[in-house]
Design a protein around this ligand. Structure first.
Ligand SMILES: [Zn+2]
Length: 100
């Protein structure tokens, strides 16, 4: 199975569709362990194949959209604060302690 063979209707891989009817799983993925798998009325349809250079396209998109800032904090600059914004909203932040 081609890893890029995704469903146009639910976004899931071909393998997560109902084995007989090819119905789309709810949410485009397998139900979590212990939950009953539910299906939608749509069925698997191959989405337009992603271009080979999709990773480069995504990287360029992220570089354009991400605003990564690195700031020193603490008495002796021993903490480095890193935050990542995406279109103005913070999506990640962390603080690193610098050992000298
Ligand atoms: Zn589907």
């Amino acid at each position: 199975m081609n890893a890029l063979a995704r469903c146009k209707n639910c976004g899931g891989d071909e393998g997560v569709h109902h084995y007989k009817t090819m119905a789309c799983p709810v949410g485009g993925r397998e139900a979590p362990v212990g939950k009953k798998q539910e299906y939608k009325t749509t069925t698997f349809e191959v989405a337009i194949a992603a271009p080979q250079n999709v990773e480069d396209i995504i990287k360029k998109y992220l570089i354009d959209k991400l605003d990564i800032s690195i700031r020193r904090e603490g008495y002796n600059d021993e903490l480095i604060s890193v935050s990542i914004l995406f279109d103005g909203d913070e999506i990640a932040s962390d603080r690193l302690e610098v050992h000298r």
